[in-house]
Design a protein around this ligand. Sequence first.
Ligand code: NDP
Ligand code: GDR
Length: 372
Amino acid sequence: MNSKVALITGVTGQDGSYLAELLLEKGYLVHGLKRRTSIFNTDRIDHLYRDPHDRDQRFFLHHGDLTDSASLMRVIQHVEPDEIYNLAAQSHVAVSFDEPEYTANADGLGALRILEAVRILGMEKKARFYQASTSELYGLVQEVPQRESTPFYPRSPYAVAKLFAYWTTINYREAYGIYACNGILFNHESPVRGETFVTRKITRALARIAVGLQRELYLGNLAALRDWGHARDYVDMQWLMLQQEEPEDFVIATGEQYSVRDFVEHAAAELGVTVGFEGSGVDEVGIVEHVENRDVRMTPGDVIVRVDPRYFRPTEVETLLGDPSKAHAKLGWQPRTSFAALVKEMVRADYQLARRDALVTMAGFPALEHHE
Ligand code: NDP
Ligand code: GDR
């Protein structure tokens, strides 16, 4: 069988792991770009990896970095991909205010470096290119809901860098005829979402509070509104976008919106706990009102959520709501996972992890602690 070859940058990340799984199921040979780290960070893809000595290996990892043109050129030349999915990025919006130059380099110039490598290697007609664009481009929103034609107004170094990558993708498509497209993806989450993004931070903390490993959860802007989908559904769309006759850009979203506060309430309800919010601004708190689950170590009256201004951003994106009708009409794509099902899956997974950590602690071993 003549398998298609895919190269995924950011393969160790949330989307990279779901996409690698999807492409392997479809019979692709999958190559992933991985940067050097001082400790193992392949947890999300370990289940896909085989010993390099296995004959039927279909998944390969290569060291490289989006800030290092030579490494990108070397890997693309060696792999000769039919499809390149550029998912690698410094993807945390708040961190981009602390590391603006690095974020611009990796997230903005990174896409340019890949496209330039494709051009220099003469692969314009061979390699199709997917760019992980983002709803953060809309920032200070100019239209509700946001669709492909909505004007952009980026509100962070992250979004500004992604805007550069967005237009570079379009420019290389028009200038050199490369099959290159942008998926403008709204927030998507999963049990393997990075622990410092708000959804995972909430499900992880509430699960740990439920088993007695933690007392409180500190959050920033509770009023922020997002359109949250499931990463598994969204990587289907990344693949579909590269299978069309003509390259185009698509918004991927659910078309439903919830606040951070709503997310906390839904996650708590999944644990059998009712949480209500009182106060306002930095004095707002989330208080346990009712506990139905006898295994949960929470009592009515407990304050489990507090606001910490440390998590506010210098410029915030208050509201995002996507209109995925183009993806639906042209590609037949629809998200399969509801908001309730997403929250349930994340809470259940984090509750299992919290129970495991609680058992380790009870057996006398130190609790695993991680700090933001
Ligand atoms: P993650 O943060 O989970 O993964 C990012 C990946 O990029 C990781 O594999 C990371 O490696 C890698 N990476 C970071 N910097 C570099 C670099 N300089 N060189 C090479 N690799 C690097 O992000 P997601 O999976 O959630 O998102 C995937 C992409 O989609 C990102 O580009 C993100 O900006 C974008 N996006 C995400 C959305 C979401 O809601 N999840 C929505 C819209 C867009 P390591 O593991 O070593 O850190
Ligand atoms: P976002 O995701 O910035 O939308 O970027 P994040 O989960 O970080 O924030 C969502 C909203 O929640 C508010 N918030 C908090 N956020 C974090 N991280 N921690 C908190 O304690 C907290 N409290 C409230 C934020 O202010 C924000 O309004 C994600 C990333 O995956 C990007 O890479 C991607 O491009 C966009 O989604 C679409």
